[in-house]
Design a protein around this ligand. Sequence first.
Ligand SMILES: NC(=O)C1=CN([C@@H]2O[C@H](COP(=O)(O)OP(=O)(O)OC[C@H]3O[C@@H](n4cnc5c(N)ncnc54)[C@H](OP(=O)(O)O)[C@@H]3O)[C@@H](O)[C@H]2O)C=CC1
Ligand SMILES: Nc1nc2c(c(=O)[nH]1)N=C([C@H](O)[C@@H](O)CO)CN2
Length: 235
Amino acid sequence: MQKNILITGVGKRIGLYLAKAFLARGHRVLGTFRTHYPSIDALAELGADLYQCDFTDQAQLDELIQTLKLRYQGLDALIHNASLWLSDDDPVGVDGVISQMMQVHVYAPYQLNLALAPLLQNRETMTDIIHLTDYVAQKGSKKHIAYAASKAALENMTLSFAGKLAPQVKVNAIAPALICFNEDDDEDYRDKARAKSVLAREGGETEVLQAIDYLMQSQYVTGSSLALDGGRHLK
Ligand SMILES: NC(=O)C1=CN([C@@H]2O[C@H](COP(=O)(O)OP(=O)(O)OC[C@H]3O[C@@H](n4cnc5c(N)ncnc54)[C@H](OP(=O)(O)O)[C@@H]3O)[C@@H](O)[C@H]2O)C=CC1
Ligand SMILES: Nc1nc2c(c(=O)[nH]1)N=C([C@H](O)[C@@H](O)CO)CN2
């Protein structure tokens, strides 16, 4: 059965991988993006409905929400993937770092969940909200304090929304550690990053898709967080 699946941050990497995977299965992908890469045109060619929205701009978020509520009757899954990995010493300054982290990882998911809940409740079967958090939500991070705090808030919202939207909507988190390196990560960084977990490897985007598949097919899991961390907590 074709599902309507909203994925935020589909322009690159994990979000792009997920959008392509669900399109290949014949589902209707609604994708939000900030930067218009060639990948956005490729997703449009594949049939995705694409919406440009910078989640740090409230007016753009308001417009996105109004458009989605007007255009779609129902939603089967809302996957909060969009994220910015800013370090605390980013040139934007500490006030810019904390506000962007909260806007992208907390304000936008909070507003989208509340606004789109009626669409998620307008289905015969159970539907899903999935928050992409991070291992550091539970552990903290010395160099990404604001990032980790915002992901911890997103993790906590998983609990609140799971209680609020049950039994129609399941709400779960996926807490990855090392899924995919960035292009500019040098070998020394990569070696050190892999060594942080007992499995000592990069998880790969497929791990995230498999975790989403598990959560979406489940009839009994909500308010949970799936750790995709290679056993990093065991080190
Ligand atoms: N990659 C990894 O190893 C890990 C990833 N995660 C989490 O998994 C998810 C996907 O990770 P990954 O693919 O690496 O993420 P990326 O940082 O590579 O991409 C995230 C996407 O979010 C978009 N985005 C960033 N800022 C905004 C904004 N202000 N408004 C709207 N969209 C925005 C980006 O758009 P743009 O291209 O314009 O910047 C991009 O398309 C994230 O939530 C991340 O925190 C957690 C742990 C490890
Ligand atoms: N939005 C993003 N969040 C995170 C990223 C990323 O590239 N974008 N990368 C990581 C790292 O993989 C880290 O877990 C290990 O280096 C974390 N979050």
